[in-house]
Design a protein around this ligand. Structure first.
Ligand SMILES: Cc1cc2nc3c(=O)[nH]c(=O)nc-3n(C[C@H](O)[C@H](O)[C@H](O)COP(=O)(O)O)c2cc1C
Length: 170
């Protein structure tokens, strides 16, 4: 059976919550694994035909060691991603050697119009790695740096994943 892999990075847990909702929305017809980025494979297993990548937006783009340190300094609870971020994982990820659909999401704060999106940066990199980008990057919103996700965002994530499932069925 084909498999979907959802890889996420998360400091305060909001992006993890979205990743889990995406995993739930993708389920059905495929095995779905939701994996924190430190545990994500650098070479995709042969049965993976759909890759979904999510990360928090930091300083208008993907996190760096310095922004992750800043997040840790602000945290009152456990930090989820303590190792590499999605930026470093994508640096290590082997290019696609077959057709693998891929799509990105991020989390970000909703304060007027704030430019920059980790998901846009992920999408560019996925394209460079020769994945078949299956749709536009999508943002899910938090109320502030530590969260929480705004009302309705978890349901929106599940619904988004259902549309990916419908359009990328093998
Ligand atoms: C160092 C740092 C920089 C950030 N920069 C941005 C930004 O440029 N734009 C934005 O919308 N949110 C920014 N945020 C808020 C994060 O997007 C927010 O903390 C994240 O969505 C929460 O997800 P997480 O709980 O999975 O880490 C920043 C947060 C941190 C800690």
């Amino acid at each position: 059976m084909a498999r979907a892999l959802v890889v996420f990075e998360s400091m305060f847990g909001n992006t993890r919550t979205v990743a889990e909702a995406v995993g739930a929305g993708l389920a059905g017809g495929r095995q779905v694994d939701v994996v924190e980025v430190a545990a994500a494979p650098d070479v995709l297993p042969d049965d993976v035909d759909l890759l979904v990548v999510g990360a928090p937006t930091h300083a208008f783009s993907l996190s760096r060691a310095s922004t992750r340190k800043s997040a840790s300094d602000q945290a009152t609870g456990e930090i989820v991603s303590r190792g590499r971020g999605v930026r470093e994982w994508l640096d290590a990820l082997a290019p696609a050697d077959r057709t693998v659909s891929a799509i990105a999401f991020d989390t970000k704060v909703k304060v007027g119009w704030l430019p920059g999106s980790a998901a846009k940066a992920i999408t560019k990199r996925l394209r460079r790695l020769r994945f078949t980008v299956a749709g536009a990057p999508v943002s899910f919103y938090v109320g502030g740096t530590p969260g929480p996700l705004l009302d309705g965002e978890v349901d929106r994530a599940t619904a988004w994943a259902r549309t990916i499932r419908a359009t990328s069925r093998t």
